[in-house]
Every structure is written in C-alpha cells, then in structure tokens.
Design a protein around this ligand. Structure first.
Ligand code: ZN
Length: 453
C-alpha cells in the first residue's frame, strides 16, 4: 500500500511543472541544469551520445566539428514542430538550422543565432555558451505555437570570417526573406568583476535600434539582475554583422567587452566550463528567452494537464484532442476526449489542436492503480458538494482504505473504514476540489468531490 501511494504521489506532483503557458512561465522554464548539461556535453567535459554512440566533443574547429554538427542536428530533431536544415556551404562549412513556422504570420521571421565552431579545445564561453542558449530557447518554445516564425540558427566558420552567417544572410536577402530581427549571441558566460553588466552591440541599420530598445525594456519588465551597456556603433566581429551587411535588423548580446570584462581565456583551451559565472549566464539566457517569446508571440493554447488518481485531463477546453503513448510516440486509438483514464501504467501526453495550432503536452508518468474496479453502486459518497459531513456507504465485506487528496496531489486525509456506513468530518478542510480514492485488495474506486463552505 505504501509503495503504491508513493508512485501515485510522484506522478501526481507533476501538475505544477506542466502548466508553462504564459510568457513569464516560459522565461522561468529556462533551466540552468539544462544549460549546464548542454554546455558540458558540447565542450567535452562530459561524454554524450551521438548516433547511438558514446562520444566526447572536445574540439569544434572548422575541419573537425562534424561530430558537433551531428550533435546539434540530433538535439533539434528531438524537439517538436521544428524543420531541421543541415546546410553545407563549402567543403567543411555546415550551418545547423531549425525553423518553427509561425501559425499566423509565417513570413515574419525572427532569428536567434550563435556560432558553434571554435579555435581550440573546450571553448565554453566562445561559443558553447551561445549555442547552449539557442538550444534551450528552442527546447522550450518548440512546445508552443507561435504567431511568427522562429529560426534557431547555429553558424559554422564564424572564427575564420563569419562565413556561415554570410552564406545564410546573403541567401536570405536574395530570397527576399522578411527577417524582422536577428539576435546573435556570442560569449555570454563570463563576468569577472561580478557587476552583471553585458553589452548590446547595435548600429542604426533597419530597426536594430528598436531591437535594442525592446531588449532594454524587457530588463525592466522582468526585473532581470543585469546591467545593460549599449555599444553604438557596435562591433562587426561576429555573425550579426553579416545581417547588417544585407540591411537586416540585428544586435549582438554578450558579456562586456566594452567594459573590458570579457573572458581572460579567450581563444584558448583554458576557456572551460569551470571559468563561467553560471548565475550571470542563466540570467542572460532568460533575457534572450524573453525577447524571443515576446517577438514570436504566443498563440494562446494551453498544453498543460491535470492529473487525478484515475484520469489525465487537458486544461484546454473546446479543442480537439489526441492522447499519445510516449513510449512509442503513437496516438492511442479512439482516445480523443479531453480526459483519458489509462488502464495501463505508462507515460502519456495529449496533442491539443485549436485551429491551425497543434501543441503536444509534456509526457506524464501515470501509475494505473489496477484494472479492477468495484461493481457499479457498490460505493456511495454523499452529499457532493459537502460543507462538513461526508457519508460513505458500501456493501463490501472487508475494510476499505479511504484517502483524500487535494488537487495538487497532497494526501490530506487517510482512514480505514471498518463500518458499512462511515461519516467523516470535512469542515477543517479548505474549500475546493478533492479526489477520493478507496482501495480494497487490488480494487480501486476514485471520485472527485467538492468541499464548499
Ligand atoms: Zn565567438
């Protein structure tokens, strides 16, 4: 019994984590653990998996970074609703680009980008820091429908002449791509004097100044622990400059070269994960996320779930639903209602569709409490709603375990019922929805009740 309850409470406690739907929730979803893991994998501090093999990505110099490129392709391919382009542009050069098509204005494009090549081993700050941030923003925003198109771009051969970005930007201009903003990140993990300053490099080209203004405004909106330093005219020594060359709006965000507070390990194999200021890096990643989520513009579809002891329910009303088995990624035949009561323990998600927007929820581990249920009308609970006394009647021979859970999954009451009719006092509980679970041997009964005052 105790073990069953433990599993049950674990699956239940996921509710809070799954309701990331507002801009603020998505900004807060930027995880330092996730960023750190990617950074360490991408700089060879820890082994990772590429193509089913355990590998170490120690070096990302231009003729030696195919493994790094393959890693990025796999990361993007594992995310929802992204079209991944592996874009070779010369013998060794290869951009890795993922596109998330806008639902409302697919031709309005915002790009978040960084270069992934390096000049030596490790090179954590330059520029695994930017690369990890692009992947983190993609990980989070790819779960959402956006009005505008987002392009997550990782350039190659920045270090030998901004070649990857040059190829993309000139092609985009030739195609007439309506790129409304390019947010380039290059070196964003070092803050030697701990003053939280960072640079925005900008020039008066297209709407680049407005981009800078929007970023500065977001600092105040979300109260980020950062001090901005605007550099105008900004440096042309990173990929955003190639977009300026084509007349596009672009800025560079990163640690403060202008205040001479850039990493002292620049362009050397001493530029390692351990030298980064992680809280500073995390804060900058959140600022970057705030820009992309604001410009991308969320389509308001809620892909979160509520988990009860017996049922998973989509929190989005008036939509189309398809429940999915996460172990196979396949839809579950005829499970197309807002709620789903799995009879087998497993990991489940729901695909919610409203208009042209389809979002997949996170996968939830659900512990089915058994396939046996009590015969109809064996158990009767009343009144529901109740304000004080709840009566439970049953026609079974053995004792019944009664448990009451709050909507957050916290057990608030547990009692063995030895009588065929029991009265329980609910008046000390706060008003709201609760779940009753009653068990006897392997049989389970569950019901939602409301306590009103
Ligand atoms: Zn760089």
């Amino acid at each position: 019994m105790k073990k069953v309850f433990l599993l049950f409470s674990l699956s239940f406690s996921l509710i809070g984590a799954l309701s990331a739907q507002t801009e603020l929730d998505l900004i807060n979803a930027v995880s330092l653990d996730s960023l750190s893991q990617t950074l360490q994998e991408f700089t060879g501090e820890v082994a990772t998996n590429v193509g089913g093999n355990s590998v170490t990505i120690l070096n990302r110099e231009q003729s030696n970074n195919d493994l790094a490129g393959d890693y990025l392709v796999e990361k993007f391919n594992a995310m929802n609703s992204l079209t991944v382009t592996d874009q070779p542009f010369n013998t060794n050069g290869r951009n890795i680009i993922a596109t998330q098509l806008g639902k409302t204005n697919p031709n309005d494009i915002y790009i978040i980008c960084s270069h992934y090549d390096s000049v030596a081993d490790y090179c954590a700050d330059d520029n695994a820091s930017g690369t990890a941030t692009v992947l983190e923003v993609a990980r989070i925003l790819s779960t959402q429908c956006m009005d505008n198109t987002l392009v997550y771009a990782l350039w190659d051969e920045e270090e030998i002449g901004l070649r990857g970005a040059n190829f993309y930007a000139s092609q985009a201009n030739n195609n007439g791509d309506n790129i409304l903003g390019v947010l380039n990140i290059d070196m964003m993990g070092y803050d030697g004097d701990d003053d939280d300053d960072f640079d925005i490099d900008v020039r008066p080209i297209a709407n680049s100044i407005e981009m800078k203004d929007d970023l500065v405004a977001l600092l105040a909106t979300y109260n980020f622990n950062l001090n901005v330093n605007v550099v105008n005219p900004g440096t042309t020594a990173s990929d955003h400059a190639r977009f300026w060359d084509q007349g596009y709006s672009a800025v560079l965000v990163g640690e403060s070269w202008d205040n001479d507070d850039q990493t002292p390990y620049y362009h050397s194999s001493s530029d390692r994960f351990s030298t980064l200021d992680l809280p500073y890096f995390h804060e900058l990643a959140k600022l970057i996320m705030s820009y992309m989520v604001t410009k991308g513009s969320l389509v308001s579809v809620d892909n979160s779930l509520t988990v009860s002891p017996s049922t998973l329910t989509s929190n989005m009303d008036n939509a189309s639903y398809q429940w999915v088995d996460c172990s196979t990624n396949l839809p579950i035949p005829s499970e197309v209602n807002q709620s789903f009561s799995p009879t087998i323990s497993g990991s489940y998600a729901v695909e919610v569709t409203v208009g042209s927007c389809t979002e997949l929820s996170a996968c939830v581990d659900f512990t089915s409490l058994g396939t046996h249920t009590f015969k109809l009308n064996t158990i009767n609970i009343y009144p529901n709603p109740t304000s004080s006394i709840l009566t439970i009647e049953h026609s079974l021979n053995d004792d019944l375990m009664f448990e009451l859970f709050s909507i957050e999954g916290k057990q608030v009451l547990q009692k063995v019922l030895t009588e065929k009719r029991s009265k329980l006092n609910m008046s000390q509980l706060s008003k709201g929805t609760y779940f009753v679970r009653m068990t006897q041997n392997k049989k389970v009964f569950s019901q939602q009740i409301v306590i009103g005052k």
